[in-house]
Design a protein around this ligand. Structure first.
Ligand SMILES: [Zn+2]
Length: 254
């Protein structure tokens, strides 16, 4: 049976039977993989607590048919993110990262950049305080990596850009189209959410900036509240359902 190795993050874990675990991994080379770890709860030697939620590990697995469950054979723990596990708010944030990554990607569709993004946001969450703008940045980047980048440079209907919108400065985001809609065109549209040009500009910057420089961008309170209205709803619209962890985040915000 072919044996493979890849970097993986544990995004779901479920006890199964007497001693097994069923897991979902977000892997760098194979995308989302579901697997079984036989005897994981009994054999300390092979898995040494590496299969907890959030864990970043080097995973060794068997894959017989290139479909269905893989068989996790062993793993070397690279980062357990201990600070995330000890802080309830960080757990909520991290759970949202995991769920979003899980839902955006199909099984066995490799997206190494999305893996690197998830890993970098978990590293940051482990090291730093929770800041809501990080959630929004993660959403923007994930949307971009999976082909749903919001188009915010010009009106999606009349193609006028920011500069030409000055005389009618109220602009909107269209959930249906995933684009900006200017004040003039807004009558024709449905499901429009107001936003400022400043927020449109910021979201566009976040989608393009080098990952390592992302922390230089700061959200104003207005940008934060506008992007909170737009991004989670756009994601819900794209996925056709609301993520559970998103509901939890909204509740703790209240
Ligand atoms: Zn327009």
């Amino acid at each position: 049976m072919p044996l493979f190795t890849t970097h993986a993050i544990v995004t779901r874990t479920l006890n199964y039977g007497e001693s097994d675990k069923i897991l979902t991994f977000f892997t760098r080379d194979f995308g989302k993989l579901k697997g079984i770890a036989k005897g994981a709860r009994r054999s300390k030697k092979r898995f040494q607590n590496v299969l907890g939620l959030f864990s970043h590990l080097r995973l060794i697995f068997f894959d017989r048919e290139g479909m269905g469950l893989v068989r996790a054979e062993s793993g070397d723990l690279l980062n357990a993110f201990p600070n995330i596990r000890e802080d309830l708010k960080k757990i909520y944030y991290g759970s949202y990262y995991l769920e979003l990554a899980n839902e955006m990607t199909g099984e066995r569709e490799a997206n190494p950049e999305a893996f690197d993004l998830l890993l970098s946001f978990l590293v940051d969450l482990d090291a730093a305080d929770t800041e809501e703008e990080r959630l929004r940045m993660f959403e923007i980047r994930m949307l971009s990596l999976f082909g749903y980048r919001p188009h915010l440079i010009r009106c999606g209907l009349c193609r006028r850009g920011w500069e030409e919108m000055r005389e009618a400065p109220s602009v909107f985001f269209s959930l249906e189209k995933g684009t900006l809609v200017c004040g003039r065109c807004s009558r024709n549209g449905e499901r429009l959410i107001p936003l400022s040009v400043g927020t449109a500009r910021l979201i566009d910057q976040v989608s393009q900036m080098e990952l390592a420089k992302l922390h230089r961008l700061k959200f104003t309170p207005q940008a934060l509240s506008e992007s909170r209205e737009i991004l989670p709803r756009f994601i819900t619209h794209q996925l056709g359902k609301e993520l559970k962890s998103l509901k939890v985040l909204r509740e703790i915000k209240r």
